[in-house]
Design a protein around this ligand. Structure first.
Ligand SMILES: O=P(O)(O)OC[C@H]1O[C@H](O)[C@H](O)[C@@H](O)[C@@H]1O
Length: 545
């Protein structure tokens, strides 16, 4: 057994998990439950009262956090200690949204000036492109941006841009290409004019196959359409920590925006990887996004554990994963602009906490990161919510909704909100057999049929959910919301004693993919691998089944 599962707090939580009353009862016996179990920070309100939790539960969870040295671990992250031990890196995405007055040391150097310089460089670039001062090779202003990247170098810019659509510059369009499937880039290029298109190649490593291939294809297209090699600098910029590779590739050194080792891919939207966002929403709004995230950093670093939003959310999610066998967690956004957020949180959390050994290499004997999934409310209500209500799996849910819509037409937002609140209520209270039977009282069914149908209509309830509200979806509230989930992920990783900042599983896939590529291009059929892989590669070489 690991220290964690052996600990008396863990054992106490395990025993206590069998004795928590149904949430219906918890609400019935405490009218102040919402007041006691909700909190506001950084423009966000978290209602966590619809959880299987009593004061005792929370006390035990906070004790678990303290015993896991959570506060010290939070300090270590903010202080730039090498907490990504397997890659020997600091984890300082929080420095990207620090204020100019702060001083944050990484590897013996204050990194804030570099961060500020890069923001200023981004500012100059954004203003040059959006004012039309930046000209393409025929002297025309830029109308279309194509952002090429994958993983964190794609999801962050794409989903944040999508979320902040009301703030877009109407003169500019932005397209995102990630997949190495040639269809993705081909379909985009069909829409574009090389004279007015600017490509942003986003790759921290400048070594990711998909991004390099898509960028080469874009450059070939540009040259085939009339651009000259000497025009490439006007149409290709890069964001990378590997400046040498980017210049070798042909990108003008002046057009390279730096990235740093201490920023993980899935935490990078706050860096120059966020350039497509800044181009679309303008630098003031981009800075507001950073500032919202910074406020959440301050809250996370300074609020006591018992009033700390990321800590509470992290602990409650861990409660279900470790003590109720919940294997997934659903994120439901009641705002069309936030429809991509579940996919963003999916990478953030699953790449961070999909781990099976502790920092010192011991196999864990408890569940770590759950499957994160979700979608847009109300659509999911007419699909997978059925399983949330009556399925056998326990799936804790987060409901996220702004109180004011950017598009307040008719009764739409009232209906959206009523669905959101109605769902959390239904999940919590469910429907008993007697209630279901009473609803059928006036139907024409026989008594036996009523009994049977009532059985099918029973909803056990007691299904946990958090509700997160904000006044309005703005760059600042979105920044705070994303930082909240980043820190929630951190909290869980800290308690599980895993490295939330490496991704060796992803790396193996890349290596084997390269090996297979060489075998596909070889002169002879492949017979060196397992029978299945040999057969699949050879069928592919043959081009038919
Ligand atoms: O930015 P890049 O170096 O091209 O990396 C892009 C992506 O590659 C990997 O697959 C990582 O798992 C991601 O976290 C990263 O964001």
């Amino acid at each position: 057994m690991t220290h964690l599962t052996q600990s008396s707090t863990w054992q106490a939580l395990s025993a206590h998990s069998k004795n928590v009353p149904h949430m219906r009862e918890l609400f019935a016996t405490d009218a102040a439950r919402f007041n006691k179990m909700s909190l506001t920070a950084c423009g966000l309100l978290l209602d966590y009262s619809k959880n299987r939790a009593t004061t005792e539960t929370l006390d035990l969870l906070f004790a678990l956090a303290s015993n896991s040295q959570l506060e010290a671990k939070i300090k270590a992250m903010f202080a730039g200690e090498i907490i990504n031990t397997t890659e020997k890196r600091a984890v300082l995405h929080t420095a990207l949204r620090s204020t100019a007055e702060q001083s944050i040391i990484a590897e013996g150097q204050d990194i804030v000036p570099e961060v500020q310089q890069t923001l200023n460089k981004m500012q100059g670039f954004v203003s040059s492109v959006t004012s039309g001062q930046w000209k393409g090779y025929t002297g025309k202003a830029i109308t279309d941006i194509v952002s090429i990247g994958i993983g964190g170098s794609f999801l962050g810019p794409k989903i944040v841009s999508q979320a902040l659509r009301p703030y877009w510059n109407p003169e500019l369009k932005c397209h995102f290409v990630a997949n190495v499937d040639g269809t993705s880039i081909s379909e985009k290029l069909k829409l574009l004019d090389p004279e007015t298109t600017l490509f942003i190649m986003s790759s921290k490593s400048f070594g990711t196959q998909e991004t390099l291939t898509n960028t080469l294809t874009a450059r070939e297209w540009f040259l085939a359409k009339g651009g000259l090699q000497s025009d490439v600098a006007k149409h290709f910029v890069a964001v990378t920590s590997n400046v040498a590779k980017a210049t070798d590739f042909g990108i003008d050194a002046d057009n390279i925006f730096p990235m740093w080792d201490w920023v993980g891919g899935r935490y990078s939207l706050w860096s120059a990887i966020g350039l497509p966002i800044a181009l679309l929403i303008g630098m003031d709004n981009f800075r507001a996004l950073l500032s919202g995230a910074h406020q959440m950093d301050e809250h996370f670093a300074n609020a006591p554990l018992t009033e700390n939003m990321p800590v509470i959310m992290g602990l409650l999610s861990l409660w279900y994963g470790n003590f109720f066998n919940a294997q997934s967690h659903v994120v439901l956004t009641y705002d069309h602009y936030l429809r991509g957020l579940p996919a963003y949180f999916q990478q953030l959390d699953m790449e961070s906490n999909g781990k099976s050994v502790t920092l010192n290499g011991t196999d864990v004997d408890y569940s770590t990161g759950p499957v994160i999934w979700g979608g847009e409310g109300t659509n999911g209500q007419h699909a997978y919510h059925q399983l949330l209500h009556q399925g056998t799996a326990l799936i804790p849910a987060d409901f996220i909704m702004p109180l004011q819509s950017h598009n307040p037409i008719g009764e739409h937002h009232d209906q959206l909100a009523s669905n959101c609140f109605g769902q959390t209520q239904a999940l919590m209270q469910g429907r008993t057999f007697d209630e279901a039977l009473a609803e059928l009282a006036n139907s024409a069914l026989s008594a036996t049929e009523k009994q049977l149908i009532a059985k099918h209509k029973v909803m056990p309830g007691n299904k946990p959910s958090n509700t997160l509200l904000m006044d309005k979806l703005t760059p600042s509230t979105l920044g705070a919301l994303i930082a909240l989930y980043e820190h929630r992920t951190f909290v869980q990783g800290a308690i599980w004693d895993i490295n939330s900042f490496d991704q060796w599983g992803v790396e193996l896939g890349k290596d084997l993919g390269n090996d297979v590529l060489a075998r596909i291009g070889a002169t002879q059929n492949c017979d060196a691998l397992d029978a299945s892989s040999n057969a699949l590669i050879n069928l592919y070489r043959q081009g038919k089944i």
